[in-house]
Write a protein that binds this ligand. Structure first.
Ligand code: ACO
Length: 393
């Protein structure tokens, strides 16, 4: 077992954190009655029952480290070929964090972009949720470091260890906070620095994963702020933007399919565990593959049904980028054209919880996903944990 492959070009260091400015007002410039106005959109007037979104995505952001690791470079590291990796996974290259770059650095870069896209600042946030299985430290969580780096004082910040499903879990949780009025503006981040968690001598895992971060800002569905940050009328009631439905699942009987066996209380991080590679990712790829297609399809169908929609109503699907063959399997079984899937696995590999928000942000920024589009997101990872969300942008 070895450490991460030596860095090639020296990647630029992220900007040093600024010391936190003066403590900002919790809801600067907003009248208290806006909180009441942020309740659910009423269902009265709908011709047929339809979910009324409680929260909507106000802005997205993404970040990938500068350094790119190609399949050809991996050929020199382990017994593999570009041909095997490409045909079995669809991956051609992935990004690898620079030495010293942390998960919270990447998360902060993605979060700043998302805040800018939403026309908001860190002072507007009420809650930070970070999906990650590769936090800066075992304790405290990555979200805590992110809070400090953003200068978002006093608000709650916590991690979710749902692996590749982390972002969907985050969306689901954020939606409930906004729905109850417990929070108005929530930052949801998926970030992974899995290159530090890989055994770079294990060809069955090290070729699959990459580093990166993606973020989304959620706010009340009928908030007056538009995604551009400009004020505008509330979203149309007949086609309200927001999270139309989301569902999350876990099957704890399959914990061994994908895990880092040691480093926790059951198997502490001893020298022996380190030498035996038990502090690194272990995966039974075939088992995960089988359950992935089945569960992604089932949860997507359930979530669509809960939203009163079918695949015919969708403009895009953003599925977790674990394996192009899994995405193709989902496309076939949902009978949805592959061209309408946002796919970037060739350039990013599997970035676990970051994969959906990175792909979502790319498609929003390049104009594929437009305001008003209906997007299905679905992800599955270690746990096994999985879930799906239907969102009108
Ligand atoms: N290069 C060359 N050969 C390889 C490599 C490699 N990098 N890796 C494995 N092989 C070999 C195996 O040793 C095996 O050889 P053998 O037949 O002589 O024994 C052969 O290739 C086939 O191996 P399989 O594991 O059967 O390959 P498979 O087609 O299943 O593909 C893969 C493996 C890509 C891992 C696939 O199973 C997969 O994508 N699984 C799902 C991964 C996933 O979705 N993970 C969840 C998210 S991750 C998270 O939560 C953090």
């Amino acid at each position: 077992m070895t450490d991460r492959p030596a860095e090639k070009p020296a990647a630029e260091k992220p900007p040093a954190d600024k010391p936190p400015a003066e403590k900002p007002a919790r809801y600067p410039g907003r009248a208290p009655d806006e909180l009441a106005a942020s309740r659910l959109v009423g269902s009265a007037g709908h011709r047929r029952p339809m979910p009324c979104p409680r929260s909507r995505i106000l802005g997205t952001g993404g970040y990938a480290p500068e350094r790119v690791l190609t399949n050809q470079e991996l050929e020199r590291l382990v017994d593999t070929t570009d041909e095997w990796i490409t045909t079995r996974t669809g991956i051609k290259r992935r990004h690898i964090a620079a030495d010293g770059e942390t998960s919270s650095d990447m998360a902060a870069a993605a979060a700043r972009q998302a805040l800018a896209a939403a026309g908001l600042t860190a002072a507007d946030l009420d809650l930070i949720i970070v999906g990650t299985i590769s936090p800066d430290h075992p304790v405290p969580g990555c979200a805590v470091h992110l809070q400090r780096k953003l200068g978002a004082h006093d608000i709650p910040a916590f991690d979710i260890a749902a692996a590749c499903a982390g972002f969907i879990y985050g969306l689901n949780i954020a939606d409930q906070f906004v729905a109850t009025g417990a929070a108005r503006c929530v930052l949801v981040v998926g970030v992974e620095l899995l290159s530090a968690k890989l055994n770079w001598e294990d060809r069955t895992t090290c070729v699959l994963f990459g580093d990166g971060a993606g973020a989304a800002i959620l706010g009340p569905a009928d908030w007056r702020l538009q995604p551009s940050g400009r004020e505008g009328p509330p979203a149309a009631v007949d086609q309200p933007a927001g999270i139309l439905s989301s569902m999350i699942f876990t099957d704890g009987s399959q914990t061994g399919a994908l895990q880092i066996p040691a480093g926790g209380s059951a198997d502490p991080p001893t020298l022996e565990a380190l030498k035996e590679g038990r502090l690194k990712v272990h995966m039974h790829g075939k088992d995960v593959f089988r359950t992935a297609v089945r569960n992604l399809v089932a949860s997507s169908a359930q979530t669509l049904k809960a939203a009163g929609l079918t695949t015919k109503n969708l403009d895009w699907i953003v599925a977790h980028q674990a394996n192009l063959r899994i995405i193709k399997g989902v496309a076939t079984r949902l009978r949805y054209p592959l061209e309408k899937f946002v796919i970037n696995i060739d350039r990013f590999g599997n970035t676990s919880s970051a994969s959906i928000p990175i792909a979502l942000d790319e498609a929003v920024r390049d104009g594929r996903i437009q305001p008003g589009h209906t997007v299905l997101m679905c992800a599955l990872g270690a746990g096994i944990s999985w879930g799906a969300a239907v969102v009108r942008m």
